[in-house]
Design a protein. Sequence first.
Length: 275
Amino acid sequence: MTNGITLGEFLRDRRTKLDAVRLGYNGGRRRTPGLRREEVALRAGVSTTWYTWLEQGRGGAPSAEVLDRLADALTLTDTEREHLFLLAQNRLPEARHHEAEAISPQLQRILDAMEYSAAYVKTPEWDIIAWNRAAQVVFRDLIALPDQERNLLRVVFDPRVRAAMHNWESVAPFVVATFRAETTRAGVSAHANALVDELSLSSSEFRALWRSHDVRTHGEGTKYIAHPTAGLLTLEYSAFAIDGQRRLAMVVYNPATEKDKAMVRALVENQAARL
């Protein structure tokens, strides 16, 4: 039970809210809205008697496989599927990989509103898919890359970047450990596997770090950037989950000091003057 709601109550509620006609069933007279118990049971590949017991709170704890079939039978969203597992097994289900969605105009406006704080939106594979003007000037070499190459993991293990990054030895293990944790949590994609294969072949350092099996969270910290025109920038970063888009996260970099803020402001204003 979670917040006073039982598994049976949740199943019954979701069942009665289904559109029988949309799912291909006769839309004639039905004693109750939604699908019948026997229809849900058939869709989930379980017996009607056992499904009825589940709704009545006496069917026992379903396996993860059966819960997944019930989630599909009831056309549950990802959030509803998680809730189903929490009610039945007091745990979240295994991650299912979904391709990242494009960001909403509202989220882009939030990015743009942070005038002097560099911010971007990333996938678990560390692809950068959206950013603001401050990020464009602070991380100019990264943002200038073609879409298919704008990947932080690949950039960190570029020999040219390594040569210019004074704290590479601490950044690289952090990036690899966070990549492992985030891609596992989100459901490992073919893209993630391809990145691991690519970098394992091209970088002995990546290969060694990947074999260490370390995991980290992005969280908060301090980043030092050797900017080609502004010099050394010190930025404090925080990572935020984006509700409703489980594969996306927003990372915000605030200038650590007034001097850093003045340098970022100058970069932003110089770029704006050239447009």
